[in-house]
Design a protein around this ligand. Structure first.
Ligand SMILES: [Zn+2]
Length: 302
């Protein structure tokens, strides 16, 4: 079931506020990153962040994009992953990285970060309010950073297990929704949460990557009452268009664009996410500058 097609599956522990999801993202990872020239260590980190974005996006009931970014002033400048979801559609993911200098394969993200920040952006496509949270990087792994963020900023207990070796990727999330019930129930919930958390922590990379969801859940939580929901497909998708690139170019301003045209006769832009090439000749550039600059009202990556 999960061999040919990447998918995400939600589950709940019956009669409790504890829920979770599991994802396999191997094909998506390869499609998203194979056109980018990433050192192995960075590719692993970006893969983990991709897995994390699908796990978190699946817990949010939004039509729109969840963007996870790690920004730093070190050799690594930016990791960014965008996961878009809509009712009844696949989760669509794209990702990219920016850095300076030479990055070695064995260097992990954490070797390359100085004054790191974690930025989470929710951008509803149905006209709702955009949300952005910015926090310092706390934790020595991507899962720890996200668990800390969820607890401190959202007051939601979350456990996240991520695996990416650069070629395959998978993960699991377990979450306890805030309690609104009486104390008796809270005590029972706390016990379930501790038990489930302990059992979840025994999951191995091999199990995450290779076991069908039902088998894995049975193996981990054999005595618990788990209900599994239908799978959602996940896939690589880049939303860049000629118009979105034109909007970005407009922000460079008249002088900059005219300068490039005078020097090279043409403006060429490769999409950071999918490497698609967009070209603008002298006529296109003049047209582009004649149109009013469209600055997005919501914070988003281009
Ligand atoms: Zn693109």
């Amino acid at each position: 079931m999960k061999n040919n097609q990447d998918s995400l599956q939600r589950f709940v522990f019956e009669s409790s506020p504890v829920r979770g999801n599991l994802v396999n993202l191997t094909q998506t990872l390869q499609q998203a990153l194979n056109k980018q020239n990433l050192a192995t260590g960075l590719r692993k980190s970006l893969g983990e962040l991709m897995v994390a974005s699908t796990l978190l996006a699946a817990t949010l009931k939004i039509n729109g994009a969840l963007v996870l970014q790690i920004q730093s002033k070190g050799a690594l400048k930016l990791l960014v992953v965008e996961c878009s979801s809509g009712a009844g559609t696949a989760l669509k993911i794209r990702a990219t990285a920016k850095w300076s200098g030479e990055i070695k394969d064995q260097q992990s993200m954490f070797d390359l970060i100085e004054h790191g920040q974690f930025i989470i952006t929710l951008d509803p496509k149905d006209g709702g309010q955009a949300y952005q949270g910015i926090v310092p990087l706390e934790g020595d792994s991507i899962s720890a950073i996200l668990e800390n963020y969820m607890l401190r900023s959202e007051q939601i207990d979350t456990k996240i297990y991520l695996y990416c070796d650069g070629e395959s990727a998978a993960g699991m999330l377990i979450q306890k929704l805030p309690d609104t019930m009486n104390q008796m129930t809270q005590a029972q919930d706390a016990d379930l949460w501790n038990r489930v958390g302990h059992l979840a922590s025994t999951v191995t990379d091999d199990e995450l990557l290779h076991l069908p969801t039902e088998t894995l859940l049975t193996r981990l939580f054999v005595e618990e009452n788990v209900r599994l929901f239908e799978a959602t497909d996940t896939q690589f998708y880049c939303s860049c268009t000629h118009e979105s690139v034109a909007n970005m170019l407009r922000m460079l301003g008249h002088d900059e664009l005219t300068g490039i045209i005078e020097e090279r006769g043409i403006i060429e832009v490769n999409c950071d996410f999918c490497n698609a090439l967009y070209t603008f000749d002298k006529v296109d550039a003049a047209q582009l500058l004649a149109t009013e600059t469209l600055i997005p009202s919501n914070p988003k990556v281009h």
